[in-house]
Ligand binder design. Sequence first.
Ligand SMILES: NC(=O)C1=CN([C@@H]2O[C@H](COP(=O)(O)OP(=O)(O)OC[C@H]3O[C@@H](n4cnc5c(N)ncnc54)[C@H](O)[C@@H]3O)[C@@H](O)[C@H]2O)[C@H](O)CC1
Ligand SMILES: [K+]
Length: 514
Amino acid sequence: MKFFNAGQIYAADKSTIEKQGISSNELMERAAVQIFNWLHLRMQGAQVKIHLFCGIGNNGGDGMALARHLKEHGYNIEVNVVNYSDKRSKDFLINLDRLKDLKIWPNFLERDCGFAEIGRDDIIVDAIFGIGLNRNPDPWVAKLIQHLNHSGAFILAVDVPSGVFMDKAIEDTNAVIRANHVLSFQAPKLIFFLPETGVFSNQWEVLDIGLDPEYLAATETEYDLMGKNEVLPMYVPREKFSHKGTYGHSMIIGGSYGKIGAVALAARAALTVGSGLVTAYVPRCGYVPIQTLLPEVMVITDKDEDCIKSIEFDIRPTVVGLGVGLGTSPETAEALSGFLDGIESPLVIDADGLNLLSKHKELLKKLPPKTILTPHPKELERLVGSWKDDFEKLKKTKAFSKKHDVIIVIKGAHSITVYGGHGYVNTTGNPGMATAGSGDTLTGIITGLVAQGYAPLDATIFGVYLHGRAGDIALEQTGYQALTASKIIDAIGMAFIDLFKMPEVPEQEGQEES
Ligand SMILES: NC(=O)C1=CN([C@@H]2O[C@H](COP(=O)(O)OP(=O)(O)OC[C@H]3O[C@@H](n4cnc5c(N)ncnc54)[C@H](O)[C@@H]3O)[C@@H](O)[C@H]2O)[C@H](O)CC1
Ligand SMILES: [K+]
């Protein structure tokens, strides 16, 4: 699914109005009817007090039109116009006027006015600002927003929570609605998925308002949301007449005294995701544990007992996953530098492998094209420098990706894979996955997919999805706290099977069981 920016949404509106021969007010009516239907289905006429807060632009216009439908169906409503500017939009005015026919007289809220009490059991509809917000709300509007946030009432936001910008960071977090639920038109917004802005949209849902499908299909976006439908075409089926050589040879290089488990996890994940062969390259202290833990995995050892000091072997792996549990000693850095001089295979780098790149930036020049880097936020900061907000983080990561021709996974609640100017936002995963070894597992998954012939970008996007999905499946048995990296690996098989499961169709009313 695509993430459209505000300019693209306005262009889609225009194209819809032209092609479908409707007025902008008719489009607003569609939006309002969709919200009304959503509410009506859930409330079934309940007389809970609904306080609508409407700005003076088109977001406010949606709120006004919604108020009309609610009133017509007998709901208990109160309409407030948040009069923050005298530049009222045409469609807002049309819908304000239409309220008069139903004898609805809104309260006009201005600077210095007081705000009425709102009960904890009431409902607030937030239609103050939509995607048109272009500067900080006035202090009195911020005060109103605080009043609404502190009321304890359920807040339903129209399109976006008022106060979030579509393309830049929030400056004053007190001037943003904390929405319990957001009903967003046509497509989700990127801001729902970024850590700093996502917290204002507890839950979100998309309402289809029938924007011009041709425009939406033809428009290129900077970001995409990667769900099952998007990753499924990347899946590479197993062939009948294949053998283990068909599915490549993954090599996991890493480990140091006390951190051999990281290699074991990555190697087992590579194997479980379908890599034909897996070899672990570890210091000597890793030989017995890996051989004992993983009979399917071959082991090559470094000359050193405790950490990797030279990376030399005489096999030709299809792909190398490097860095888990590796350590960052100068000797290991030297070994990495020598290894990169002769590298012939694609590369996935994680953990201390990334820290070594940050410490010795000259190594970045030696990376093969499309090397995959999987940093957590601290590792990313060491690589690309610090950022002041999520938008700058994305900008810096894109610039780094372009400069070094690398694929970067920004790990987080919604991991984002960045390649060049494009970002792919993941939909799977859960907070239980913030646990030791979860990252090592991801490294193994991506490495194992590259081994099987997935192109590096596909392997990364698909691997991030599969890792999260395996975590979600494992969660059903373990709960958040007891979810461990090993359980994620155990669920990889189910995550593959889940790719081909049809969504469950809800039983129709009156449908008989056969
Ligand atoms: N395709 C769709 O998704 C449709 C969405 N609709 C709704 O329209 C809004 C966007 O409406 P717009 O009038 O462009 O902007 P807003 O209502 O968000 O903003 C109001 C207005 O106020 C000005 N402004 C911006 N920031 C400030 C500020 N801090 N203080 C004062 N004034 C400010 C700005 O110039 C804006 O014009 C979208 O979110 C949907 O809710 C359509 O109804 C149907 C199609
Ligand atoms: K809003």
